[in-house]
Ligand binder design. Structure first.
Ligand code: ADP
Length: 929
C-alpha cells in the first residue's frame, strides 16, 4: 500500500519539477536587417518602427548592420548575417544593381529576403515593403491643383536621381496633365538636402515671377525652398514637401509653423517589414508586394497628427518602461524560479533519500527478524551443546576423580611396599652378618658339610631377597626422581670385565660359555658404577637365566657414533623372546614365559631401562625366538656437569643460592647410605680406627679425638649420625650429647653412645641426656653397623612422617615432636617474610643463627627436604589458609604468599596438593556449606 503511494508520488513530483524547469520556450528566430545607411530621421523612424513592433516578440533575435552608403560593405554584411544564422533577411538596398547577387545568395541558402523601401534587380525576393512614390507624386499634383484652383506655374525640386525620385517626378508630371492651365515652370535637381541647388531655384523663381507653388521631393528640400522664397520676398509661394515626420525641424513642425503648406506622409515601413517577416517565419500567408499608402498633412490635420505623434512617443516611452519593468520582473522570476527549482530538487532528493532510508529500514527490520530467528536457532543449539558439554565435563571430572583415586591408591601401595622393603632390609642384613661370619669361620665355629650347605642356601636366599628389596627401593627412587647419577671418569672395559668375571662361576655351573669381547683394550667415559652395575647385572643374569646348557653368552664393549657413545651388547644364544612379549618386557613387573619354576620378578629390565635413561643412555634389544637375544646399552661418553660426581671433599651437591620458590616436589627417601655422614668421637685411637674401618665401606666417616673437637665438627658438618664414646677427657660423651640436643642446629642428630661400663644407671643417664642407642664395649661390629642403619632409617621415617604432616593442608601437625621447636622457629621466620619473592637461604639461615650449610643439613636431616621445598610448603600451607577464607582472590593469595606469578603459584599448588587453588577453594566452600 505504501509502496504504491510512493510509486505514484514520485513521478508526480518529477513531473512537477520537469514542468517548472521546462516551460516550452518559443522557437527563437533571428531576423537580420541590412540597411544602406542609418543616418537621417527617416531612417531612424524606420528602425524605431521595427523595434516597436519587435517589443511584442521577445523570442526574436534582431541583428542590424549599417553599410554607411557603401554597396560593397552592404554585400559583405548580408553575407555575414547569413552566416550568423539569420532566418529572414530585411534589406534596405543602397544600390539595386550591386546588391542583387547578395539577394540571390540568400535565396540559394533558403533564407527569404524582404526588400524594404528600395528594390533590387533580382526577382528572387520574398516580399517588398515600400511607399508608392508614383502615387505620392500624383497626390502632390492633385493637392497643388486644388490649392491653385487648377491654374498657375509650379516648380519641382527632385531628389538625387534615383528610382524614388524618378517615380515621384513621373507621378507628379503625369497627374498635372489633367489640369491644362497648370504648367511646370522648371525642375531643379536637388540632393535630398537643402543647399547646393538653392541658387538654381533662386534663378528659376526670378525667371518665373508667376510661380505660385514649389513641390519638393522631401521636407528637407521644402525647408530649402522656403528659405529661398523668404530671401526673394516671395512668401505667397506655396511649398509642398514629402515625409511628414514628427520632430524638431521635420515636416509636421514646418506645416504647423506655416513654412510649408503641406507634407506628404508615408510610413518608412519598419513595422510593416517586421510584420511580414513574422508571417514568413510563422508560415502564415503574406502579401508579396506591400505598398504603403500616402496621406497629406496640412493645416487641417497637422494638429491632430502632431498630437498623435506625441501620444505615440509617450506610448513608446511607456512601452519601453513597461518593457524594462518586464525585464526586471523576468529577472526576479528567473531567480525565484532558480530558487524554486533548487527547493524542488532538494525536496525530490529528500523524498528519494527518505524513500531509500525507509526501504533500508524495512530491509533492516527483515534482516533483524531473520537474525533473531537464527539467534533463536543458535541459542537452541548452544543450549544443546552446553548440556552436552556439561555431561562431558561431568564425565571428565568423574574420570579425573577416578584417576586421582587410582593414583592415590597406587601411591599408597607403593609407599607401603617401599616402607615394607625398608623394614625387610634391616633384618635381612642382620641375618646376612652372622651367616657370613659362620660360613667364613670368623666366629670360630667349625661347620659340618650339611650345615655349610644349608647355610649356603640361607645365604643365597637372603642375597636374593636383599637384591629384590634393593631393586624395589631403586625402582621407587627412580619413580620419585630421587635416584641421582654421580658419574666419574672410568674405563668401561675394566668395569664390564669385573662384572663378567663375577658371573663366570655361575656360567660354568650352568655350562654356558661366557665371553667378553672388548673392541679396544680400554674405553674411557663418564660412568656411575652404582647405577650401571645394576643394569649389566640384570642383563647378564637374564642372559644366564634364559640360556640353556651348551649355550653361549657374548659381552661386547665398543665405541659408537664416531666415538661419542659407548656400547655394551649382551648377546645370548638362548630361547629368544616371543613376539607377543616383545612390546612389554620393559614394563614394570611384566614377565614373559618363565623357564621351569618362575624365578623372575618382572622388575629387572624395567629397572635397567630406567637406570640407563637416568644415565642419559638407551637400552634396546633384538631377538629371534629359539635363536637368542641381544640387549644393547648405549651410553654417551660425556655427561653434563649435573650428572658428574661432585668433588669428594664437598659434602653435598646443592646450589645454596637457588631461589627459594623453586618447586621440588615429593618428600621421603632415606639419605642413601653412601651419602650419610657419620661422626665418630672417640679418644682411644685404636677404638676410633676400628669403628671407622667398620663403618667406612658403608658411610662417609669423620673422626674427632675428643668431646670439644667433636662438638665443633658436629656443628660444622651437621652429620647424619654421631658415634660417641662416653668416657673422654674434657667434655664427656654425656655432656656432648646434652650440648648437641640443646643446640637446635644439631638437636636432631641421632647419637650412639659407646661405653665399656655396663652400668645400667649410666645407660639411663645416657638416654636421659638424649642418646638414641647405648652400646657397651666390646660391641659386635655388625650390630653397630646395623644400629647405625636402623637409626638412619628411623630418622628417615620421622622425616617422612613430619614432612607428610607439613604437607597436609587440612590437618597441621598437632603432636609434639623433638624437632618441633626448630620447625616452628623456621616456620615463623619464613612466615615473617612470606610476601617476599626474593627471600634467600642465606638470609633465612642468618636470621636463625645458622650457616647456609648448617641450615641446609638440618632441614635435610629433620625433614628430608631442601630448604627451598620447605619454604614452598610453608607458603602453600599459608595459601590453603587464605583460600579457605574467600576474602582474597586467588591471584591476591599468590602475591600474599610470595609468588610473583599466578600460573607458577597455581602449578606449584597443584603439584603439591593435586588440585588447583581455585578448585581447592571451591571444594572447601562446598564442604563448608
Ligand atoms: P624377569 O624377572 O622375569 O626376568 P625382566 O624384567 O628381567 O623380568 O624380564 C622381563 C621378561 O623379558 C622376562 O620375563 C623374559 O620373558 C624376557 N627376557 C628378558 N631377558 C631375556 C633373554 N635374555 N632371553 C629371553 N627372554 C628374556
Amino acid at each position: 500500500m505504501r509502496i504504491t503511494s510512493r510509486v505514484l508520488l514520485l513521478p508526480a513530483l518529477i513531473g512537477l519539477v520537469t514542468a517548472c524547469t521546462s516551460t516550452p520556450a518559443p522557437p527563437t528566430y533571428r531576423i537580420g536587417f541590412s540597411q544602406s545607411v542609418s543616418g537621417g530621421d527617416w531612417r531612424q523612424a524606420m528602425l524605431a518602427g521595427m523595434e516597436r513592433e519587435l517589443v511584442f516578440h521577445p523570442e526574436i533575435q534582431f541583428l542590424t548592420r549599417d553599410a554607411q552608403s557603401s554597396s560593397r560593405q552592404q554585400q559583405q554584411q548580408i553575407h555575414d548575417l547569413l552566416d550568423a544564422g539569420a532566418d529572414v533577411l530585411i534589406v534596405a538596398p543602397n544600390d539595386a544593381q550591386a546588391l542583387s547577387p547578395s539577394v540571390e545568395e540568400a535565396y540559394r541558402r533558403g533564407v527569404p529576403v524582404i526588400l524594404l523601401d528600395h528594390r533590387t534587380t533580382s526577382p528572387h525576393y520574398a516580399a517588398y515593403v515600400g511607399g508608392d512614390n508614383t502615387g505620392a507624386g500624383a497626390t502632390a499634383a492633385r493637392y497643388a491643383a486644388q490649392l491653385l484652383r487648377q491654374r498657375g506655374e509650379v516648380i519641382e525640386i527632385t531628389g538625387t536621381p534615383s528610382l524614388v525620385a524618378s517615380e515621384r517626378h513621373q507621378g507628379f508630371t503625369q497627374a498635372l496633365r489633367a489640369y491644362p492651365q497648370m504648367r511646370v515652370a522648371g525642375t531643379v535637381t536637388g540632393d535630398w538636402g537643402t543647399t547646393t541647388w538653392q541658387p538654381t531655384l533662386t534663378r528659376l523663381l526670378q525667371q518665373h515671377p508667376e510661380t505660385r507653388l514649389i513641390f519638393a521631393h522631401s521636407d528637407l528640400m521644402a525647408q530649402g525652398a522656403y528659405e529661398v522664397c523668404q530671401r526673394l520676398g516671395r512668401p505667397e509661394v506655396r511649398i509642398i514637401g514629402v515625409d511628414g515626420l514628427a520632430g524638431k525641424g521635420n515636416g509636421l513642425e514646418m506645416v504647423q509653423q506655416g513654412r510649408s503648406t503641406a507634407s506628404l506622409f508615408y510610413s518608412p515601413g519598419g513595422e510593416e517589414a517586421i510584420r511580414v517577416a513574422l508571417k514568413i517565419l510563422q508560415h502564415q500567408a503574406y502579401e508579396r508586394e506591400n505598398i504603403l499608402g500616402t496621406i497629406v498633412i496640412d493645416s487641417t490635420n497637422v494638429l491632430t497628427l502632431q498630437q498623435q505623434a506625441v501620444k505615440l512617443a509617450s506610448q513608446q516611452a511607456g512601452i519601453e518602461q513597461q518593457q524594462h519593468l518586464l525585464h526586471t520582473l523576468q529577472a526576479t522570476y528567473a531567480s525565484q524560479r532558480t530558487v524554486l527549482y533548487g527547493l524542488l530538487a532538494s525536496l525530490l532528493a529528500a523524498i528519494v533519500l527518505g524513500a531509500s532510508a525507509w526501504h533500508a529500514a524495512r530491509t533492516n527490520r527483515r534482516i533483524n527478524r531473520e537474525l533473531a530467528r537464527q539467534n533463536e536457532a543458535n541459542d537452541a543449539i548452544n543450549r544443546q551443546l552446553s548440556t552436552q558439554n556439561e555431561e562431558i565435563r561431568a564425565q571428565r571430572n568423574q574420570i579425573a576423580e577416578l584417576a586421582e583415586q587410582a593414583r592415590v591408591e597406587t601411591e599408597a601401595k607403593l609407599r607401603f611396599f617401599t616402607n615394607f622393603s625398608h623394614e625387610l632390609r634391616t633384618p635381612l642384613t642382620l641375618i646376612m652378618g652372622p651367616v657370613e661370619e659362620m660360613l667364613t669361620g670368623r666366629n670360630g665355629t667349625a661347620l659340618q658339610p650339611s650345615q655349610r650347605h644349608e647355610l649356603g642356601l640361607i645365604r643365597r636366599s637372603t642375597q636374593r631377597l636383599l637384591q629384590l628389596v634393593n631393586q624395589l627401593l631403586d625402582f621407587r627412587k627412580i619413580e620419585v626422581g630421587k635416584m641421582a647419577v654421580q658419574a666419574r671418569p672410568d674405563d668401561l672395559v675394566a668395569f664390564v670385565r669385573e662384572l663378567v668375571e663375577a658371573f663366570e662361576p655361575a656360567a660354568r655351573v650352568q655350562q654356558v660359555a661366557l665371553t667378553l669381547r672388548p673392541a679396544e683394550p680400554t674405553l674411557p667415559g663418564w660412568l656411575d658404577r652404582n647405577v650401571l652395575d645394576k643394569v649389566f647385572l640384570n642383563l647378564l643374569s637374564n642372559a644366564l637365566k634364559y640360556t640353556p646348557a651348551g649355550g653361549q653368552i657374548t659381552v661386547s664393549v665398543q665405541a659408537a657414533a664416531e666415538g661419542r657413545s659407548l656400547q655394551v651388547l649382551v648377546t645370548d644364544t638362548g630361547r629368544g623372546i616371543r613376539p607377543q612379549d616383545s612390546p612389554h618386557i620393559f614394563e614394570w613387573f611384566y614377565q614373559g614365559e618363565q623357564p621351569g619354576t618362575g624365578k623372575g620378578s618382572g622388575m629387572g629390565l624395567a629397572l635397567a631401562q630406567g637406570l640407563v635413561r637416568l644415565h642419559q643412555g638407551q637400552l634396546t634389544f633384538s631377538s629371534q625366538l629359539g635363536q637368542g637375544s641381544t640387549f644393547t646399552v648405549t651410553l654417551p661418553r660425556e655427561l653434563p656437569a649435573a650428572l658428574r660426581a661432585p668433588n669428594p671433599a664437598e659434602p653435598l651437591d646443592i646450589s645454596m643460592d637457588e631461589p627459594l620458590a623453586l618447586p621440588v616436589p615429593e618428600v621421603e627417601a632415606p639419605v642413601p647410605e653412601a651419602e650419610a655422614l657419620v661422626l665418630v668421637i672417640e679418644d682411644n685411637a685404636d677404638v676410633s680406627e676400628f669403628v671407622t674401618r667398620k663403618l667406612r665401606p658403608h658411610f662417609r666417616v669423620q673422626a674427632a679425638a675428643d668431646g670439644k673437637a667433636g662438638l665443633q665438627l658436629a656443628l660444622e658438618l651437621i652429620p647424619d649420625l654421631i658415634v660417641c664414646d662416653v668416657m673422654m677427657p674434657g667434655l664427656s660423651g654425656l655432656e656432648v650429647v646434652a650440648r648437641l640436643r640443646a643446640d637446635w642446629r644439631t638437636s636432631h642428630v641421632p647419637v650412639i653412645l659407646l661405653t665399656a661400663r655396663n652400668a645400667p644407671e649410666q645407660q639411663v643417664e645416657g638416654v636421659q641426656a638424649g642418646a638414641d642407642v647405648y652400646l657397651t664395649k666390646p660391641f659386635n661390629p655388625a650390630f653397630l653397623l646395623e644400629s647405625v642403619r636402623t637409626l638412619l632409617a628411623n630418622r628417615a621415617r620421622q622425616r617422612e612422617h613430619l614432612s607428610r604432616e607439613l604437607a597436609t593442608p587440612i590437618d597441621p601437625p598437632q603432636a609434639p615432636h623433638p624437632d618441633q621447636a626448630f620447625i616452628q622457629a623456621l616456620t615463623a621466620q619464613v612466615e615473617a617474610d612470606l610476601t617476599r619473592t626474593d627471600l634467600t637461604v642465606e638470609e633465612l639461615a642468618h636470621a636463625l643463627g645458622f650457616s647456609r650449610m648448617q641450615l641446609y643439613r638440618k632441614v635435610k636431616a629433620v625433614l628430608g627436604t631442601s630448604i627451598t621445598d620447605f619454604v614452598q610448603s610453608v607458603r602453600l600451607q599459608k595459601a590453603c589458609e587464605l583460600l579457605r577464607d574467600d576474602s582474597l582472590s586467588v591471584t591476591a593469595v599468590a602475591y600474599e604468599v610470595g609468588y610473583a606469578s599466578h600460573s607458577y603459584f597455581s602449578n606449584s599448588f597443584k603439584a603439591r596438593y593435586g588440585v588447583a587453588p581455585s578448585e581447592f577453594r571451591a571444594r572447601h566452600q562446598a564442604g563448608v556449606s
